[in-house]
Design a protein around this ligand. Sequence first.
Ligand SMILES: [Ca+2]
Ligand SMILES: [Ca+2]
Ligand SMILES: [Ca+2]
Length: 475
Amino acid sequence: MIHASCPGNATNGYQNRAINLPGRIEAEDFDPAGYSDSTSNNEGGAYRTDTDVDIKEITGGYAIGWMTVGEWVEYTVYVPEDGEFDVTIRAGAVESGRTLQVVQCDKVLIEAFNVPRVSAWGEFKTLSAGKIRLTKGTQVIRVKVGASADVDFDWMHIGPYSGPIDEVGAGGPGNYPLGNAPVKSSGCGTDGRSALLSGGQSVSGGLPTSTQLRIQSNNQNREYIIDIPANYDNNKPYRLFYTSHWIGSTDNAIATGDHDMRNKSATNWSYYGLRRVSLAAGEPAIFVAPQADGATWQEKDNRFLFNDILQKVSSSLCIDESRVFATGFSFGGMITYSLSTTHQKQIRAAVGISPANYNIWLPNPLPRDPIAWMSVTGMSDGTTPWDGGNGRGAKYAAERRAQDNGCTAATIPTWNQSSPSRHICYDYQGCGENYPVKVCTYNGGHDPAPYDGGSGSDGLNSWVPTESWKFFTQF
Ligand SMILES: [Ca+2]
Ligand SMILES: [Ca+2]
Ligand SMILES: [Ca+2]
């Protein structure tokens, strides 16, 4: 029985009324005609007899039990004002991998999240499932079981919740918990790779896995290079790295690792060395190197290029939408910083190598949404100095990130002659666990791949790819 209309009607609610939000919704108080159950009759026999939904008696009340694949229940609620609401759910499953989803008239409000695992039926845990946006009025909220049975469901609280929380669920864009389950893109399970790559060019001096492509973005014909693992599996959600080039350079330079340095090669330093490190870790990833329209990334249109490439790649390939990362050197670090101020919901973490917070398009005022941020700067860098004064420089970008990420204010320790190594890194304390800020400084100038053995850059021995990889893979 599916309601034909949304928003809802209070008379469809349990006992002919809508449940007022914010507040707790008992699972067993579903709408009399708002459910889908796979068996006739109430198998538990408790609380309500005029329904097929299976209800059991538990300590202190009732819960829906025997919730099997695809079953759902609906609740007619009254939302007093438009707004964002926390959703807290008390549920339990004896087996792992059981999921629930929160839906409103076929619009997904919370993607499938894992139901807390319990040691026996009748036990429950409280899960912070995420946030939803609701509009004022009488609405219908549906809770739906995912691809595996069984789940027991006690209640759902919509609005501020002050009781104890046992687990954090899948979160949502901009607020995924550490170690969240991958969020598969729409390209997963499709053969979109061949369509994506058709008409592409191989990369001169680059790797056989890299392809140069064109894309229409903001009425411009733009270029980028994509690198897809040789053994690409369209059911595996890969990390995606968006790697931007420095001034006067090209996507080819990123894909071939072409910068003045020791141990220079595509194998060693393509995609800022992250490709080599990802393969060494046994965790191949997908890399994108966009091409600027001209020598630099100053135009604000470049944020649309990011959107368009991300849309194209995520609908063609299998990526983990909760693990999209950005990095770049110099002007590439500056566009990375720019993107980090506008794409907190798309980019999980960003690493600026010799970045700056000026000579680049930034929204004004800067949004204050948190995002994980790491930066790398040589203390004798005269091109993008650590502290250029007047709020200009990587130092100020890091301080701003620390503020937005809830970190404890600190004077950032930087490399100096008495430092134990040619580089040091500082992790801000007290940041939200999803929003760390890390600052690495070193004895050197304006280098994309500094290493501890000497001055300049080294494509194989630089500590930047390994520190960046560590930073990106903590999520
Ligand atoms: Ca039943
Ligand atoms: Ca059932
Ligand atoms: Ca209950």
